[in-house]
Design a protein. Structure first.
Length: 191
């Protein structure tokens, strides 16, 4: 069984930043669904490149069959991992249902790390991220925030009802956010 922590929060809430630090210090392997989709978009011969770019620019969600397969392939490649941080997934009902179908019997879902941060702060961070992402512009960000509010936040609420959500306020400096995140992992791994 793969041990899995889902990491969710608005665009720019710091998911990638915090996951990189957990990977470095706690031995979990960081798998960002967005990064895997961007890599697939760039892969020569991919039949999904245009579809993925269209979704990314529009802030909409790629069909789960594509995303979940990329995640599973990446997990199989790192079967030695202590656990996986699945960053930016599941993002909507389709993601959740497809994950349960494909991975439900193969994973142990530890908890959901929810990085909460006001949307105006998140947008400002994305606009200054400087990574040249095709969706870090005002138009795409409006759509990404709409998708987050309409489709992703209800998934967080779903996990909340199951008692699985650990919320950390990520509006604060990275070192403060990370210190609280480490406490969440310590508590979960003591059980
Ligand atoms: N706590 C923080 N305080 C200030 N800036 C931060 C903080 N966390 C992350 N950042 C910066 O904000 C930007 C977005 O962070 P990051 O890429 O980690 O967010 P994300 O949640 O993965 O975003 P996305 O959902 O768009 O992939 C980066 O430039 C990062 O350096
Ligand atoms: N489960 C997912 C995750 C991401 N996407 C698409 O990628 C975009 C960027 O995601 P980030 O997490 O890197 O911000 C996102 O806006 C979606 O278009 C997806 O479809 N499904
Ligand atoms: Mg990210």
């Amino acid at each position: 069984m793969y041990k899995v922590v889902f990491v969710l929060g608005p665009p720019g809430s710091g998911k990638g930043t915090i996951c990189a630090q957990i990977q470095e210090n706690l031995g979990y392997v960081h798998l960002s669904a967005g990064d895997l989709l961007r890599a697939e978009r760039e892969r020569e011969g991919s039949q999904f490149g245009a579809l993925i770019e269209n979704h990314i620019r529009n802030g909409s969600i790629v069909p789960v069959e594509i995303t979940c397969s990329l995640l599973e392939i990446a997990m199989i490649a790192r079967e030695d991992a202590n656990g996986f941080l699945i960053d930016g997934f599941p993002r909507n009902e389709d993601n959740l249902a497809g994950w349960k179908r494909q991975m439900g019997e193969k994973v142990n879902e530890q908890f959901v790390l929810f990085l909460s941060c006001p949307v105006d702060v998140c947008i400002d961070r994305c606009l200054h991220r400087g990574q040249g992402r095709t969706d870090d512009n005002v138009d795409s960000l409006k759509k990404r925030v709409d998708t987050y509010n309409q489709s992703t936040f209800p998934i967080i609420e779903h996990f909340e009802k199951l008692g699985m959500v650990r919320e950390v306020n990520s509006e604060r400096p990275v070192n403060e956010v990370y210190a609280d995140v480490v406490k969440v992992f310590a508590a979960a791994n003591q059980q």
